[in-house]
Design a protein around this ligand. Structure first.
Ligand code: PGA
Length: 271
């Protein structure tokens, strides 16, 4: 059976060391080794190092929230995939919309990061998503924001990534307008997430092959909580969720993991 990924993106939280230890301890003590569900936490870099050392016996995978594309050198403030790997991270989030917005990341730099992560056997968690909901042009014709943005980000983000590495990449469909800080906690509809996943599979099928597209792991992000997680896994057939604000409450995040572990999903299928 396919894996279900439950990924916590802590962003620039918690602010204090004690809170970080507390949060990680509270979550990791509840995570069981469940064959098909993989829990991953992406703390800020400084806390990642601490967690990796203090909690060496853990069932939770660790992810960086970003990485640079060079291994080392004169790149002030940057963290390389080699360093993340050295700390025990197995994953790295790349191209989150906040990185694209506040750190001016382009599809080209994101592509370099994806390739650098793969080079060092870190699994990229590649984020894609449109800024705004669908709109209408001046003639009143609908503009499909999702396919325009996601198609472009996917093609450019995966440029020169060989087909034999595709299965190492987790693709996140995360519409920017549905992220809790923009949407007051309103997620996108499961049906729309399913359409986006299908669109991503079709694009992957044209870039690679149908069988690779069918196997790809596509997860949903944007205002996920314990009340809506089942709808994204079951109704929308997503291969997991990326959780921001709800992952900062240990009890809420543990609930999400439990629901996901009990759930069996079916993938969105290409027609
Ligand atoms: P959210 O954040 O769950 O708070 O919407 C998700 C994200 O930005 O990764």
């Amino acid at each position: 059976m396919d894996k279900t990924y439950i990924i916590a993106n802590w962003k620039m939280n918690p602010a204090l060391l004690k809170q970080t230890e507390h949060l990680f301890e509270a979550v990791s003590s509840q995570v069981k080794n469940s064959g098909n569900t993989k829990t991953i936490v992406a703390p800020p870099f400084v806390w990642l190092s601490l967690i990796a050392h203090r909690f060496s016996e853990r069932k939770i995978g660790l992810a960086g929230q970003d990485c640079f594309w060079e291994d080392k050198g004169a790149f002030t403030g940057a963290v390389s995939p080699v360093m993340l790997k050295e700390l025990g991270a197995s994953f790295v989030i790349i191209g989150h919309s906040e990185r694209r917005k506040y750190f001016c990341e382009s599809d080209e730099t994101i592509n370099k990061k994806v390739k650098a992560a793969l080079k060092h056997r870190l699994k990229p968690i590649l984020c894609l998503g449109e800024e705004a909901r669908d709109a209408f042009d001046s003639q009143g014709r609908p503009i499909n924001e999702m396919s325009l943005a996601v198609g472009e980000q996917l093609k450019k983000g995966l440029a020169d990534v060989p087909s034999n590495r595709l299965e190492e990449i987790i693709i996140v469909y995360e519409p920017v307008w549905a992220i809790s800080t923009h949407s007051d906690g309103k997620a996108c509809l499961p049906d729309d997430a399913m359409k986006a996943a299908l669109f991503i599979r079709k694009t992957l099928s044209s870039l690679y092959s149908r069988s690779l597209a069918e196997k790809a792991a596509i997860v949903y992000g944007g205002s996920v909580n314990s009340k809506n997680v089942a709808s994204f896994l079951k109704e929308a057939g997503m291969n997991g969720v990326l959780v921001g604000s709800a992952s900062l409450s240990a009890s809420e995040f543990v609930k999400i993991i439990k629901i996901a572990s009990e759930d069996c999903h079916s993938r969105t299928v290409l027609k």
